[in-house]
Design a protein around this ligand. Structure first.
Ligand code: ZN
Ligand code: ZN
Length: 618
């Protein structure tokens, strides 16, 4: 394996040396290999994991730079330990955020000579990232070259092929809106933005508009494609093999001739876009900010409008059918978790062996019993003690530990159901937690409740709410280093922009309003010892307020997730009366909604566990 990796690196360096840019030999003095695909997806299909292939580092975030004599990998603090373990002696770890480590753009500007050349596949870098890199290099008189093919692909002999899973239509009973209505909404955006057409490249945007779902990327029910929408045409770029009769029938317009879908192959996007953009009527084209430089560069600067995807702004507000789906799938998901925790508690009390991995597998099996289950929405974080302190931990054979009565157990998991996506974290102790573990848990819980109960003006950006979730940790000098909340798709990606609750200001955040769905997930992590996180998905609902300020609508959150919060971990002395009432009310709702599902499915142990865990606090 190691020999193979070195051989690939040597082969890649040979390709860089012999590189020909349109018949002219242009040796590349450095090659940038980002962790991205042609759609700026957060999760990648196996064939697009090029940075992982060439470097050996499997973390989800990282970027590598290869020169004739060096191979470097940049990643952030969450992954330093993993990268040190996975990179071999041919690689240098560049620790992002450490003061003496420059960003990769600056490193290139500092280490290359004027007149030298940096190559990158423009289909793996967004328009904005390309510009940042170009600006850094221009000042140092270094040329940035868009390679016509991906050089890593050339040396990757066993590169997986494109996934072949079929695409399936999603019925109006789940989407609440037919695709022709969504196309009409996109067309009104064209009028508003004064553009002739929009090019959609984010895979979840396309799946949303056409009411289709696929399985090309693990955990994300999307498929590789592009979609162009103008007032007269709809052009759908899809691999030929995926264009089945069922898709053709699904996309047969009911009303307008303007809705006849023109099918083009996935690969033809570049020539098609070039030709369209150079048309005599000089069309103005709207592209979302996650467009790759490989596509944006085909359209002249004055003909392109690059901004937050209008479809992202449409789909972030859920319609009534989607909201009802979220409510229903969370009741079933809650039942699955109750049945899992009941099973786990019983196994441990009988002295049986359960590990992080076997526990996660059992949870998946139980979820699969629930109606409309399709798969998991991300890889389950099932973690014990010190492993739970690693925020982005995923259990592997090497790190797998036994779940015991002696340590805190954190499980962050979720599923894709046809009627919605779930994401929930619970932290439990099956023995006796320490006083400090309980104090930390209670402070995290107070933040979680503080955010859940927040009342705020509609369209406030999530950034303002972040402090509510942290204040009780801050009071005693504690904190956590991840965001507090992210948007969630409706049977789509578990991380859905552009909303979020975090210390970081998100420039494209439109603000929170009624019928948005997001997570509420504060935590605390004690390195080497334990980790705590309490995560519910919530929906934004209108709030009744005593007074009214300049007719502004106020909103608050309503919990979608219905899984008991373990009271054994709570220090009641730290809770206010309101917080106790909140917990009692929440647990009563869990009982009322989830209990009947457990009863109906004959999951008696789960039902008993639910009743025990939802006894009111005194
Ligand atoms: Zn989660
Ligand atoms: Zn989450």
């Amino acid at each position: 394996m190691k020999e193979n990796r070195l051989a690939s690196l040597i082969a890649l360096r040979r390709c860089m040396k012999q590189y020909k840019h349109q018949t002219v030999a242009t040796p590349l003095h450095a090659l940038v290999v980002p962790s991205s695909d042609a759609h700026n997806s957060e999760y990648l299909a196996d064939r697009d994991k090029r940075r992982a292939f060439i470097s050996g580092f499997n973390g989800s975030r990282g970027l590598s730079v290869i020169t004739p004599h060096e191979a470097l990998l940049w990643t952030d603090g969450r992954y330093f330990l993993q990268a040190e373990r996975e990179l071999d002696e041919n690689w240098t770890l560049m620790k992002e955020g450490v003061p003496e480590v420059p960003p990769y753009q600056n490193w290139l500007a500092q280490h290359l000579e004027p007149g030298q050349t940096v190559g990158v596949d423009p289909m793996t870098l967004t328009h904005d990232s390309w510009r940042v890199l170009e600006d850094a290099l221009v000042n140092a008189q270094i040329a940035l070259v868009a390679t016509e093919e991906n050089l890593v692909d050339k040396v990757w002999s066993e590169q997986p092929s494109y996934p072949e899973d079929p695409i399936v239509p999603l019925d109006i009973g789940f989407t609440g809106k037919d695709w022709e209505t969504k196309i009409a909404e996109c067309r009104s955006v064209l009028v508003k933005e004064k553009v002739d057409c929009m090019l959609l490249s984010a895979l979840d945007d396309i799946a949303y508009v056409l009411n289709l779902r696929g399985a090309d990327i693990k955990f994300n029910p999307v498929f590789f494609s592009y979609l162009m929408i103008s007032q007269e045409r709809i052009v759908f770029f899809l691999e030929d093999a995926k264009l089945t009769d069922s898709i053709r029938t699904w996309l047969k317009p009911k009303e307008s001739v303007k809705n006849v879908v023109q099918f083009e192959s996935y690969e033809s996007i570049k020539p098609f876009l070039s030709k369209y953009a150079s048309g005599s009527d000089k069309p103005r084209i709207l592209m979302s900010s996650d467009i790759t430089s490989g596509l944006s560069s085909l359209v002249s600067a004055n003909a392109r409008v690059i901004k937050t995807s209008p479809v992202a702004l449409l789909k972030v507000i859920k319609n009534q059918t989607e909201i009802e789906g979220f409510i229903q799938c969370h009741i079933r998901d809650g039942a699955a978790l109750c049945a899992y925790f009941a099973w786990l508690e019983k196994e441990l009390s009988h002295g049986k062996d359960v590990t992080e991995i076997s526990g996660a597998e059992k949870l998946r099996e139980i979820r699969a019993l629930m109606s409309h289950f399709v798969g998991l929405s991300f890889e389950t974080i099932s973690s014990v003690g010190s492993n739970a302190a690693v925020i982005h931990y995923r259990p592997s054979e090497e790190t797998n530990r036994a779940i015991t009565k002696d340590e805190v157990y954190l499980v962050d998991s979720g599923a894709q159901y046809r009627d919605g996506t779930t994401d929930v974290t619970r932290t439990l102790h099956f023995g006796s937690p320490t006083a400090f573990e309980r104090e930390c848990f209670t402070r995290v819980l107070k933040g979680h409740i503080g955010l859940a109960n927040a009342l705020f003006p509609s369209k406030l950006v999530g950034n303002y709410l972040d402090t509510l979730a942290r204040q009780h940790l801050w009071q005693v000098g504690l904190d956590y280093v991840h965001g507090t909340g992210h948007g969630v798709g409706s049977f789509l990606n578990v991380h859905e922009g552009p909303i979020g609750i975090s210390r970081r200001h998100i420039p494209s955040d439109p603000g929170l309003e009624e019928n948005m769905v997001m997570s509420n997930e504060p935590g605390y992590y004690e390195d080497g010892k334990f980790g705590i996180r309490i995560e519910n998905l919530v929906r934004v609902v209108k709030a009744d307020t005593e007074h009214r300020f300049k007719d502004r609508q106020f909103v608050t959150f309503d919990n979608l997730t219905l899984v008991p919060i373990q009271l054994k971990m709570v220090d009641p002395k730290l809770l206010s009366q309101e917080e106790v009432s909140y917990l009692n009310q929440y647990h009563l709702t869990c009982r009322e909604k989830v209990g009947p599902v457990l009863r109906e499915m004959g999951l008696e142990d789960g039902l008993k566990w639910l009743m025990k865990e939802t006894c009111p606090m005194g």
